[in-house]
Design a protein. Sequence first.
Length: 72
Amino acid sequence: MFGRAQRKKVLGLRYMRLGREKMLSMGEYPHTSLELARRKTLDARDLLAQNIDPSVDRVKRAAEAKVADANV
């Protein structure tokens, strides 16, 4: 859990990618349950095990969803 300047509690995952430390937010506590944050963390770790950057994957999926919504 990480604190922000606004005193919000953010659930996240810190990881190393290409020699740099990165942080992936899982959501703001208590709006995101700990169970959901753990599930998202496990999914992100699975991506890292496959040598896929979870933050890049998240951006890519959001862009694909936006295109799919525009086509409907």
